[in-house]
Design a protein around this ligand. Sequence first.
Ligand SMILES: [Zn+2]
Length: 89
Amino acid sequence: MFKKRFKTPGEFKAAFKTRRRKVCRFCEEKVRVIGFYNDRVLRRFVNERGKIVARRVSGNCAFHQRRLTTAIKRARHLAIMPFTSEYYR
Ligand SMILES: [Zn+2]
């Protein structure tokens, strides 16, 4: 994790304080409905293994993370999105 980049706890704390606050991208664009058919948007929120990226990582708000999760799961069911990558075991 990113903790390893810092030598002392104080250094880590200072960086944490000055770090830019993550903003929900859907809130920024005033998106209310996240479509499951729009896989270009959904793919930004899954990692290379096909896992949904956590809220603390992506910076999404709770509302949009819930909507996003549902959209990704629907897309997976319709084979628009992968459940997992074939390259990993
Ligand atoms: Zn949001």
